[in-house]
Design a protein around this ligand. Structure first.
Ligand code: B4P
Length: 191
């Protein structure tokens, strides 16, 4: 089993590329953002509690997403590995993921980090606001807050993972197909 983190700021293309990579390499795509939005859509108690946090562009509590991920890992079969999209988002989540994988005789194999300019991030998220009803894309102040939260709470994971030799930067500018090819080349060396 291979365990890959697909990493980058909001709007960097993590979700977009994960769908394509999971299909190509028979990986289970685990997106905590999608899982949380599914809870909100289903109107669960958890979804109701997380909805206002997400619409402000803040991170939900670590323990919520850690439990979601553990459940998914334990209930999956027949895949070549896991593709973690939008998780981990804090150093605490990263340590929890390492522990979770360790207990199951696995480890993080690589962290693919999409590198995208600030203006391009804003352009992509603003563009998506016109196509979907995601409340966190609608307000420019919330988009900026998500990018700030990424820098403050999520980006430190890069240095944490660099020290372990996991960090692999990928140019996230260009067409979806070009970026997919860059990521696929990296993944082909791991799988
Ligand atoms: P996520 O669902 O992870 O969303 P995101 O970071 O905004 O990026 P996403 O992956 O969806 O977008 P993508 O870049 O693919 O998180 C949403 C919220 O959930 C968080 O703010 C937080 O509140 C909560 N959350 C999730 N996980 C959490 C965790 N682990 N801990 C705590 N809280 C958590 O795409 C963006 C747009 O760009 C799309 O419209 C796409 O079509 C477009 N695009 C992509 N690539 C492009 C390209 N090359 N060119 C042009 N457009 C492109």
């Amino acid at each position: 089993m291979v365990n890959i983190l697909i990493f980058g700021p909001p709007g960097s293309g993590k979700g977009t590329q994960s769908v394509k990579l999971a299909k190509q390499f028979n990986l289970l795509h685990l997106s905590t953002g999608d899982m949380l939005r599914a809870e909100i859509a289903a109107g669960t108690d958890l979804g109701k509690r997380m909805s206002s946090i997400m619409s402000r562009g803040e991170l939900v509590p670590d323990e919520v997403v850690i439990e979601m991920i553990a459940n998914k890992i334990d209930n999956s079969t027949g895949m070549a590995g896991f593709l973690f999209d939008g998780f981990p988002r804090t150093v605490a989540q990263t340590a929890a993921l390492e522990e979770m994988l360790n207990e199951r005789a696995m480890k993080i194999d690589s962290m693919l980090v999409l590198d995208v300019d600030h203006d391009e991030l804003v352009k992509r998220l603003t563009g998506r606001a016109e196509l979907t009803d995601r409340p966190d894309d609608k307000d420019p102040a919330v988009i900026e807050n998500r990018i700030d939260v990424y820098k403050a709470k999520t980006e430190p994971i890069i240095s944490y993972c660099s020290k372990k030799g996991l960090y692999q930067p990928v140019n996230g500018m260009g067409t979806i197909d070009d970026i997919f090819e860059r990521l696929s080349n990296k993944l082909s060396q791991l799988i």
